[in-house]
Design a protein. Structure first.
Lengths: 309, 247
């Protein structure tokens, strides 16, 4: 009895010290593990946490969200931006056509897109990949994205720009577990950057390598920011979400051509409304031998390639 | 007793390890977070201007049209003599270079504040870069359309003429081009040939079709080779791409 009384008294100091040391180091380790939270400056509030899906927002709620985004842009980039949520136009389905005979691989489309759509400059995010292909094959494995000669086009090659094909049967939409990406009535597959959880299933599902993940906080110099922004389009993205080409939704839904098309020096790129029989794209689909990339994937893209002088 | 000792040593060791690791983790985070290289974007690669100015655009933009005044050098009514080079090709006089330069759209290739390095040869003559030289006559394959007077009128140099005898002002040269290039013309009207700017929805706003000579030099219409915009910057080389190497 006396032994058992003595024993806790004798070891209590020792165990107390050991336990205190363990507890202190444990607490310190936890503090160190939580250290990244110090960098979290835009921690979500309750209102933000309980927000509704884009498609369920009432016009008032949407207007409120746009205001919040404008404020965030102001805080983050010090730019007065106008963020819009343009509705799809009635009787419009967008289609893109690209003449591979005319494309010279100058990559102007890539950079015009980056500028228009506020893509991260560092690290670089680009929606368009231009493949330099050896003539006589469509084996994409042979496509070179790193070409940098003094002048293009080079003999024996053709150039194939690849971007989001806005598929009618889009695998990226089907795999999204939270419905953060969907197809709009005008054919544009959009991403809600506030709803995306960053699982990257869509990146894996896309057969055209068209989706980009923001591994780091995107950075854009203040003077290069395009203040004409759209909720589902070119508003600045946070880290950890997926983005992709949206046919310049902020331009095309106001009737303008997309940036990549306007900048193309050879006129290889054609864009328009397939439901209008007078449009350029309708003419091309009627008159030219168009084809789609990876037809066997069954994605039914809205992006057509053709060869024509 | 032995077990307690072991536990103490283990706990003590772990405590020491944690204490050492804490500053490493806390300091290491901020020190290791170096942003990747920022690649500045060259404005030349996203300007929607064309590399040339059509005669109509040159007049509209109040550019230097003195080169289009043919009779400031030539005598009216007199047929100019054509000079041919060693290969029998018509060599345009270098006196036409002023007009060639006036038709070049500087903003299509150069930045506004760009400093250009001039190079001089041994005789102190300026070396003209290949893009600024007047290209040799190369209209049509096999040199079949290299005669100036297929399009220009010998005794009316400020006008052009189709093979059917229809005459046009220089600024309306598109009508001359289409007299031969019917297929391209039909597609141009459709908007399929050449570049369009502005609005796809004609009700929302206007759109602009380019004249033939805004992109093609009528004397050498094939599209000139251009310098490509920089390749994508990859933090890690893409091993899948042939010949890939980190910049």
């Amino acid at each position: 009895m006396s032994n058992s009384q003595e024993s806790p008294a004798r070891s209590s100091r020792r165990t107390f010290l050991a336990k205190s040391a363990a507890a202190a180091s444990g607490l310190a380790a936890m503090a160190a593990a939580l250290a990244p939270l110090r960098d979290l400056d835009d921690f979500t509030n309750v209102e933000e946490f309980l927000r509704k899906h884009y498609k369920e927002l009432t016009p008032d709620e949407l207007a409120q969200r746009l205001k919040i985004i404008e404020q965030k842009v102001k805080e983050r980039h010090d730019v007065e931006a106008e963020v819009k949520a343009l509705a799809p136009m009635d009787g419009v389905e967008f289609v893109y056509c690209l003449n591979l005979t005319r494309c010279i691989g100058c990559r102007k489309c890539v950079h015009a897109c980056v500028k228009e759509n506020n893509q991260s400059r560092s690290p670089e995010v680009q929606y368009i990949t231009v493949l330099k292909m050896p003539q006589g094959t469509f084996d994409l494995e042979k496509g070179d994205t790193e070409y940098q000669p003094a002048a293009v086009p080079e003999d024996g090659s053709f150039y194939m720009p690849v971007q989001c094909h806005q598929c009618r049967n889009a695998p990226c939409v089907q795999v999204c577990p939270v419905e953060a990406t969907w197809q709009e009535p005008d054919g544009i597959t959009v991403v809600d950057y506030d709803w995306c959880i960053g699982c990257r299933y869509c990146v894996a599902a896309c057969p055209y390598f068209a989706r980009r993940f923001n591994w780091k906080q995107p950075s854009i110099p203040k003077e290069e920011i395009n203040p004409d922004m759209s909720y589902l389009g070119n508003r600045p993205r946070p880290v950890g979400v997926v983005e992709k080409c949206h046919f310049c939704i902020q331009r095309t839904r106001t009737g303008r051509y997309p940036a990549c098309m306007e900048v193309c020096p050879t006129g290889s790129r054609k864009f328009g409304n397939i439901l209008d029989p007078e449009s350029e794209v309708s003419h091309i689909l009627r008159e030219k031998r168009v084809f789609v990339l990876k037809e066997e994937a069954g994605t039914q893209p809205r992006f057509y390639y053709y060869f024509d002088i | 007793m032995n077990g307690d000792r072991k536990a103490e040593i283990t706990l003590g060791g772990l405590t020491a390890a944690f204490v050492i690791l804490i500053p490493v983790f806390l300091l290491g985070r901020s020190a290791g977070d170096i942003p990747p290289e920022h690649v500045p974007m060259d404005a030349v690669f996203n300007t929607p201007t064309t590399v040339r100015l059509s005669a109509a655009e040159l007049i509209e933009s109040e550019g230097d049209t003195s080169g289009m005044d043919c009779y400031s050098c030539h005598t009216e009514g007199a047929v100019p003599t054509l000079h041919k080079d060693a290969n029998g090709l018509v060599a345009a006089s270098t006196n036409h270079l002023d007009l060639v330069y006036a038709r070049m759209n500087c903003a299509g290739c150069h930045k506004e504040s760009e400093e250009v390095d001039l190079e001089w040869d041994d005789n102190d003559n300026l070396i003209i870069p290949p893009h600024h030289k007047q290209p040799p006559m190369r209209h049509g394959r096999f040199g079949r359309n290299n005669d100036c007077f297929n399009c220009h009128i010998p005794d009316k140099l400020n006008k052009v003429r189709t093979r059917h005898g229809e005459e046009f002002e220089l600024k309306d040269s598109t009508q001359l081009c289409v007299s031969c290039h019917g297929t391209s013309y039909r597609e141009w009207i459709q908007g399929v040939h050449g570049r369009l700017n502005g609005h796809w929805d004609r009700e929302s706003g206007d759109f602009k079709r380019q004249d033939c000579t805004a992109c093609h030099d009528p004397h050498s219409p094939a599209f000139a080779a251009v310098k490509p915009a920089p390749k994508p910057y990859r933090p890690h080389p893409n091993s899948a791409s042939p010949g890939a190497e980190h910049p």
